[in-house]
Design a protein around this ligand. Sequence first.
Ligand code: NAP
Length: 484
Amino acid sequence: MVSRVIPVDPFDLVIFGGTGDLARRKILPGLFRRHCAGQMPETAQVIGAARSDMDSAAYRQMVRDAIHEFDGERPDDCPDLAGFLERLHYVAVDAQGEGGWQELKDLLRKNTVKAFYFSVAPSLFGDIAERLKNKGLARRDARIVLEKPFGRDLDSAKALNKTLATYFHEDQIYRIDHYLGKETVQNLMAVRFGNMLFEPLWNSQYVDHIQITVAETVGVGGRGGYYDKSGAMRDMVQNHLMQLLCLIAMEPPSRFEPDAVRDEKLKVIRALEPVQTQDIVRGQYAADGDQPSYRDDAEDPRSTTECFVAMKCHISNWRWAGTPFYLRTGKRLKERTSEIAVVFKETPHSIFDADAGRHRNILIIHLQPKEGMELGVTIKEPGPGGMRLVDVPLDMSFSDALGPDAEDVPDAYERLIMDVIRGNQTLFMRGDEVEAAWAWTDPIIEGWEERGEVPKLYDAGSTGPEDALMLMHRDGRKWREIRS
Ligand code: NAP
């Protein structure tokens, strides 16, 4: 199978924060891969913009080093690193000052698409948007790309939306949640809405519960001070986990088009019931030998910020009434893994002996480290000895079915940047979605603050606090094992 590369219109992409960690680790190596795939038109150019004083030659050297550092073996697969570097320019621009803006304007060619990636601290979003407008760069067809976090509560998200709306229309604003750019996340929609098989079963009559897990092995060391002002609820649940929840739970949109999909996601968020205090567990990892505890990493011995959350949510609508959604995310856990598990109910009656046991089908959507899907089906255990049942995975890994090209799918950032260039907002969050997500999370966070609640300690390398296990045990269910 040969993967199809759909050409995009010639574009100028400006990366504000073009010298930062995200640009060097994800955005620029991703663009290099698109160049290698032949997706970049001849005149397309990428302009790094930040305050540091350097010329384009020094910037190209920085990007060359970043590609070697963060793109593994890939630079050798694509011999045209020099061709990619020629597309790069650098302008020293201060988001809060006047210097550099005219030079930036002069650099922007007559390429059809103009996109501005705000890979800077959110406190600079308003300054950049304002200057783009004042310098005549915010044309009606320009696009801006915003990194998370989008606000830290409902009020700040509303204020940011309002500021951006002063200079740009909603159809020009691309709020990135890189989870939505993952191949498997889109495959989830293909599986749900491209097959007859699953949709009739996709409701509380057949689904016992759904688990969404995003587990990390790393702690917050190095950026503990920053993280401590945020916590797992703001950093992970309000955006990534809620987006996954929306895609799993939403009604079929009438078309796979931006507003049709985002309208359905919004309805899910608005149908989420408030979470009961007893249905949520927060945690912090404890010290492990010479490894620091969360509080050591946060440099605050009394920090009450959580780096682990497990919770049970309910969606009040016809499809999901009675089916709980269990969400869990945390740092310094046993393995790095992200998955969604749709656990179906048992058959209403077993025709087999009690020894055969009771079994359930589980659809598992693996997001990382490897992407793919697995459907657990019950079959007879081979061999003599009567009818003993066993669960086996029907593996739907893309590489097995689609060949080596399936391994070579663009990563989330590559795909999302190309979607910006194409002007397709389907996989980006709309302003009202972000606000609705904060409206749901704010009372939970406020409740913790009012009660002065202290997170439970858990062992580094474990599956989280004991209470998180109890959250499911109480309901006669259990978490899937955390394994990559
Ligand atoms: P970073 O490493 O601190 O980089 C910040 C960038 O902004 C640098 O290029 C810096 O360059 C530039 N900058 C700072 N002040 C500026 C100003 N006044 N005018 C123009 N440029 C300025 O941050 P990052 O990790 O790349 O993160 C960037 C954004 O992405 C943040 O909003 C972050 O929350 C988000 N994000 C990052 C990651 C990640 O993995 N890193 C993941 C998700 C989201 P100069 O100092 O030279 O100006």
